[in-house]
Design a protein around this ligand. Structure first.
Ligand SMILES: *[C@@H]1O[C@H](CO)[C@@H](O)[C@H](O)[C@H]1NC(C)=O
Ligand SMILES: *[C@@H]1O[C@H](CO)[C@@H](O)[C@H](O)[C@H]1NC(C)=O
Ligand SMILES: *[C@@H]1O[C@H](CO)[C@@H](O)[C@H](O)[C@H]1NC(C)=O
Ligand SMILES: *[C@@H]1O[C@H](CO)[C@@H](O)[C@H](O)[C@H]1NC(C)=O
Ligand SMILES: *[C@@H]1O[C@H](CO)[C@@H](O)[C@H](O)[C@H]1NC(C)=O
Ligand SMILES: *[C@@H]1O[C@H](CO)[C@@H](O)[C@H](O)[C@H]1NC(C)=O
Ligand SMILES: *[C@@H]1O[C@H](CO)[C@@H](O)[C@H](O)[C@H]1NC(C)=O
Ligand SMILES: *[C@@H]1O[C@H](CO)[C@@H](O)[C@H](O)[C@H]1NC(C)=O
Length: 407
């Protein structure tokens, strides 16, 4: 969190340097619409029995489709409830639903069904995503033993997927065990290792995260800052034998959501370690994302897919926006603070949110946003997506916290 003093100093210095002004960073009214709290509350009140979690909507009516707790996206809905709890504190607002709802209670209720997953989970490396609600709980209640246990068990499960020969944690399990597959998304899962480290002081967890990030920097990134979705390592030799896509257009193309996970993941690695190469990598990936945006401002599912046949991905836009804001925050903490970059990323985030809200805000749907692409090769596109909505809320919260917008 930035102190208001830092922001004032930042603003003064930026005027002196001719950097973009704060007034560039407006958000659309929809970002703080009463519909945000109303829709999320309506979904939260429909507790599913047995427990099931929203992941994406159908493409016609925008109705949530529910999945078993043992799904990689389960943590996002409870995390959304924590994000609205956060917003309730950040926004002294006349929004009655936001102000009068016990978001924390709902978040805890919706986290409960994740607990058995600590013991046995089918989500593999995605334990990091599942841990998000517990990490949020610990931000509020440092000593909540249930949440501490959950985070430690998820971290242990991820650490068990680490190979010292490869230097990474394994993402997907292949039929051939020597085919060790690592996806760029995995950068998001490293955070749980740091959260657990805070409690256990187990250095191995930090070392695993750093090794994984170092390997990803070398083998997932291309010289222009774009990224491969999947890298296949040979688990016996540790050597890369394939760099390719799974959800993107082609092996040599850039799947926008993967690029967005990378921006966030490397900015977070810098936040956690202060290793400068991570800041450079996050900047490089962010530059690629912003420099390759089409002129209409709509984030395509894949930057290199033919223009005529590429649906948008609003979730990639919102993940990238939140990643750019995290990166902007790190620019102020780097030595010396990099103010022109700070405003550049802030403006980039604001522009992504504005353009994509204009396209994808859908009042009649259960989700906040439409135009998400879950998996285009699997023909799952034009839907609402739970993590698109989550990062839409998170990004606006962060901009309030940074003093860039008011609610
Ligand atoms: C501790 O966290 C768990 C998991 O999020 C939650 O269910 C529980 O209500 C919390 N306990 C307290 C005392 O806040
Ligand atoms: C630290 O974490 C690693 C990975 O989970 C584990 O193998 C090791 O036993 C832990 N060390 C201690 C002292 O708990
Ligand atoms: C990995 O390398 C070993 C040893 O060279 C080889 O037997 C195995 O087939 C390789 N696996 C893959 C998936 O290429
Ligand atoms: C990771 O990379 C950083 C900086 O590039 C380097 O200082 C560090 O030694 C590397 N660590 C490992 C485990 O590869
Ligand atoms: C990917 O490879 C194909 C075939 O060689 C080529 O036509 C295309 O331009 C390449 N795309 C990118 C983004 O490099
Ligand atoms: C956005 O979604 C609507 C339907 O919900 C669709 O008609 C439109 O073509 C989509 N636009 C893009 C750019 O994907
Ligand atoms: C800010 O970072 C950019 C690279 O992203 C660099 O070119 C510039 O010199 C940096 N400015 C300061 C003040 O460090
Ligand atoms: C989106 O998915 C539909 C099937 O649900 C598929 O027919 C279509 O080709 C996909 N759109 C694009 C642009 O690939």
């Amino acid at each position: 969190m930035l102190s208001s003093v830092t922001i004032v100093i930042a603003l003064l210095l930026s005027c002196a340097q001719g950097a973009p002004q704060q007034s560039d960073n407006v958000l659309p009214a929809e970002a703080f619409s009463p519909l945000v709290a109303q829709k999320v509350l309506a979904t939260a009140q429909q507790i599913q029995s047995p427990p099931r979690y929203p992941q994406w909507t159908d493409r016609n009516a925008g109705t949530w489709q529910y999945f078993s707790p043992d799904t990689w996206t389960t943590g996002f809905f409870p995390a959304t409830l924590y994000a609205l709890n956060d917003r309730k504190t950040l926004c002294k607002t006349k929004d009655a639903t936001l102000a009068n709802t016990n978001w924390l209670g709902l978040a805890q209720t919706w986290s409960a069904a994740e607990i058995p997953l600590e013991v046995k989970t089918g989500v593999g490396h995605d334990v990091g995503f599942l841990s998000f609600p517990f990490a949020e709980e610990l931000e509020l209640n440092k000593n909540n033993q249930t949440a501490i246990d959950a985070v430690n068990k998820f971290a242990t499960a991820l650490a068990a997927r680490y190979s010292p020969i490869v230097g990474c944690t394994r993402s997907w399990d292949a039929a051939d065990p020597t085919d060790f597959q690592v996806i760029i998304d995995n950068m998001m899962n490293l955070e749980v290792l740091f959260v657990s480290y805070e409690y256990t002081k187990n250095e191995t967890l930090r070392e695993i995260a750093i090794s994984h990030a170092n390997k990803t920097m070398v083998n997932h990134l291309r010289p222009d800052g774009s990224s491969f979705h999947v890298v296949d390592y040979n688990s016996t030799t540790g050597k890369v034998f394939r760099q390719r896509t799974s959800q993107g257009f082609a092996d040599n193309s850039t799947w926008s959501r993967g690029q967005a996970w990378g921006i966030y993941g490397f900015a977070n690695m810098y936040k956690r370690t202060q290793i400068f190469d991570y800041l450079k990598t996050a900047r490089h990936m962010a530059d690629y994302f912003l420099d390759n945006m089409p002129t209409n401002g709509i984030v395509p599912w894949d930057f290199n897919a033919p223009v005529a046949s590429r649906p948008a991905d609003s979730s990639a836009a919102m993940i990238a926006a939140t990643g750019l804001l995290l990166l902007a925050q790190q620019e102020l903490k780097s030595a010396p603070p990099n103010l022109s970059n700070y405003y550049h990323w802030l403006n980039g985030a604001s522009s992504l949110i504005n353009k994509m809200t204009e396209l994808a805000w859908r009042p009649s749907w259960q989700s906040l946003l439409a135009n998400g692409t879950v998996n285009n090769p699997a023909q799952n596109n034009l839907t609402g997506i739970v993590y698109g909505d989550y990062y839409f809320i998170r990004a606006a919260n962060e901009m309030v916290r940074m003093g860039a917008v008011s609610c």
